[in-house]
Design a protein around this ligand. Structure first.
Ligand code: ADP
Ligand code: MG
Length: 703
């Protein structure tokens, strides 16, 4: 038996438990040993019974004088009562609903009990204490005891009981994957000590130190994996496309506005990358409305004129369609073929037909793509279905890249028959520094840190419930002036007709699109034209609604968060967000970015029923800051990386998730990784590390 022995081959773990363990991703001995406690109970101070005080958590050692079960008729449950005595005194212990205890604990047994001291009519007692028969080696009491994350049916007691003997048998077999030098330089606890100390620490300080070691180890692996992926990509070849300055100038001149300096700088970085025969892997970050699409269009134009194709992928059909329109209006004069491929509709613009848009069959479109008769194909993830192949794919553009699964991204780069295409991803959700150095560490960053001239600051306000009607009057005024309004609600469906809604549930009073739409149309804005939009509608319906809204057929759009990404309705000037506390700061910032896209003064009104001070503080950040980067950092520190831009899908262990908030630690590990890779890029001296990395990469899915 070794570390990779499957749990079903271990004694003492029945099929029921095997299933439960597998459910949380535990398959091997190693997985169990790496299932870490999230906190500890300190039962290390054994107190004489005569000295214990009410409300304290204590641990006592003594002999069971008596133990018996009783049924309480009032509460209809079984109580197990025991009396335990040491040489200073005696105390009662009471357990609720654990009648089987009398089978384990018998009169005369020497035991250790740990728990809280409570009091009732008959005096002080230990309430539901942890228990253990006294032996040379205590596991559940008399020491610092690990508490594992709650999982149904897997108690901490059971896990301790399983983990301890595994540690005894296997801890000495765990190879040290971190290079000795790195351990010394960073004063880390060696693996064999750390694996014991994280489960059964000798002191809280030792627990901390072991946790630090594993945090370091996890970050080290992530960064190592990412930097090695980057090294590998650098060895591939992509089409080198020399910058055509005249072409770019002609395009820029065709615009009705001047590019911002930031747009120029980023465009230059992208074009410079594409001149090389090494695949570009660049992320373009820029706040909503900063004009990222322009940079992408120039890169696309350059690619097409170099004889290569472009795949332009957006996360939603609405966005894909919007890009299709933008590409055809801005690149239409450049003599190119443009295709749109979404779930439902496929379109084609042919240069031969003088830019006329025609409906085309999916089959034809795929054929054209393969034969290189199509210069740029725009679409949703339909672009990466298996039958899609490009003839000469030179550039992939991913809009709002964080919306794509990592697997989808990986799939895209294999779409060309010949070389590896360049990759330009775009996002409005800025990447906090710790993530830029770790999970996104293989990407080069370009940042548009400037908005086009003439944009007015969006006025963001909290609206107290009492001022709701005032806001509605304000909205009426804005609409009278010709503007349009977005109203975002946290959920789709009405809860009214559903039974069994717990009125105390945090979701009970959350506004739904359906309810709000009805209430607003009937009671508040009977004279205005309202429409609703949500994710349960078909893509066709959604698209039509967005199009109609853009064409001013409606005054107010009541929507769920589906409108979050990229939608451009310059005439809209008010963004109302109901239940604002339900959304992350970055997401709220995205909503806000839907307005203020024109010369009109725009407003963002935040509603929340949450009385929590913390919530308000969090939302205040949005009022005081218009900087998406700042807000993303705040989001990360408040909510952790799990909620951040889909990080959860990477399958990163919890302990690493935590460390992703810690910039000092991230930088420290980054330096260590770089040091090792500089000296030994193939990791020839570190076979254990290499082996671990390979397993690790299979388990988590990085860029
Ligand atoms: P985002 O970065 O959010 O994707 P877009 O590329 O959609 O932003 O641009 C937002 C709007 O600003 C679009 O209507 C676009 O045409 C316009 N725009 C882009 N660049 C400029 C600029 N330099 N000056 C003025 N308007 C611009
Ligand atoms: Mg955009």
């Amino acid at each position: 038996m070794d570390l990779y022995t499957q749990i079903e081959n271990l004694p003492g773990i029945g099929t029921v438990y095997q299933r439960k363990l597998k459910k949380i991703g535990i398959k091997t001995v190693r997985d169990i040993l790496y299932h870490f406690p999230h906190r500890y109970e300190n039962f290390s101070n054994i107190a004489p019974i005569s000295k214990i005080k009410l409300q304290e958590t204590v641990c006592v050692m003594g002999k069971i004088l008596e133990i018996k079960n009783e049924r309480t008729w009032k509460k209809r449950m079984t109580l197990t009562q025991a009396v335990i005595q040491d040489n200073t005194g005696a105390i009662r212990a009471v357990w609720f609903r654990q009648p089987y205890l009398t089978r384990t604990l018998k009169q005369g047994d020497n035991v250790c009990l740990a728990g809280k001291v409570s009091v009732d009519n008959s005096g002080a007692y230990l309430s539901n204490p942890a228990y253990e028969k006294i032996s040379a080696n205590l596991t559940h009491t008399g020491r610092i005891v690990p508490v594992y994350p709650e999982t149904i049916g897997l108690s901490s007691r059971w896990l301790r009981y399983i983990i301890k003997p595994l540690l005894v048998n296997f801890s000495a077999k765990i190879p040290e994957i971190l290079p000795q030098k790195i351990i010394q330089d960073n004063n880390l606890m060696p693996i064999r000590q750390a694996i014991w100390q994280i489960h059964f620490p000798d002191s809280m300080a030792m627990a901390r130190k072991s946790k630090e070691r594993f945090s370091f180890e996890q970050l080290f692996l992530i960064e190592m994996a990412v930097l090695r992926a980057r090294m590998r990509l650098n060895q591939e070849t992509a089409p080198a496309m020399p910058m055509d300055v005249n072409l770019i100038k002609r395009f820029v001149k065709s615009l009705s506005f001047k590019l911002t300096d930031a747009q120029r700088k980023c465009t230059y970085q992208v074009l410079k990358d594409m001149e090389k025969s090494r695949p570009m892997n660049r992320l373009l970050e820029g706040d909503v409305g900063s004009g990222k699409t322009m940079v992408a269009l120039i890169a696309a134009l350059q690619t097409i004129k170099s004889g290569n194709q472009v795949a332009f992928m957006a996360p939603t059909e609405i966005l894909a369609k919007q890009h299709f329109q933008e590409v055809s209006s801005r690149l239409g004069d450049f003599n190119i073929n443009i295709g749109l491929l979404t779930g439902k509709e496929d379109k084609f613009i042919s240069k031969k037909l003088k830019n006329e848009t025609i409906e085309i069959s999916r089959k034809k479109l795929i054929e054209k793509t393969q034969k290189n008769d199509l210069d740029i194909l725009i679409g949703t993830h339909a672009l990466i279905q298996d039958k899609m192949k490009f003839g000469e794919l030179g550039l992939i553009i991913l809009d709002e890249q964080h919306r794509f699964g990592v697997a989808q991204r990986a799939k895209l780069t294999t779409k060309s028959s010949k070389q590896i295409p360049h990759l330009l991803s775009m996002t409005a959700t800025p990447i906090p520094r710790t993530l830029a150095l770790t999970i996104f560490g293989d990407l080069d960053l370009s940042i548009i840190d400037q908005l086009p001239k003439g944009r007015k600051k969006i006025i963001t306000k909290f609206v107290a419930p009492a001022n709701r009607n005032k806001s509605y009057s304000f909205i009426k005024q804005q609409i009278k002036k010709g503007r349009q309004v977005f109203i975002i609600c946290p959920r789709i469906e009405s809860q009214k007709d559903k039974e069994n809604i717990d009125p105390t549930s945090p979701w009970a009073n959350v506004k739904s699109v359906e309810d709000e739409y009805e209430r607003l149309s009937k009671q508040i804005f009977p004279d205005l034209k309202l429409v609703m939009l949500h994710g349960k509608m078909t893509p066709k319906e959604k698209e039509k609604i967005m199009k109609d809204f853009k064409n001013k057929k409606f005054d107010i759009l009541v929507s769920t968060s589906v409108i979050e990404v990229g939608i451009d309705v310059p005439n809209a000037s008010v963004m109302v967000i109901e239940g604002a506390d339900r959304f992350g700061l970055s997401q709220l910032h995205q909503f806000r970015g839907r307005v203020g896209r024109s010369k009109y003064q725009s407003y963002c009104l935040l509603f929340t029923d949450s009385p929590a001070v913390k919530t308000r503080q969090r939302l205040k950040a949005l009022i005081s800051s218009e900087n998406g980067f700042e807000l993303a950092e705040k989001d990360l520190s408040i909510r952790g990386p799990g909620d951040f831009s889909g990080t959860r899908q990477w399958g990163i262990p919890d302990i690493a998730m935590d460390s992703l908030k810690n910039i000092a630690l991230v930088e420290k590990t980054r330096n260590s990784v770089q040091q090792i890779l500089d000296e030994d890029p193939e990791l020839k001296q570190y076979p254990f590390l290499l082996e671990r990395l390979e397993k690790f990469q299979n388990k988590i899915h990085l860029e």
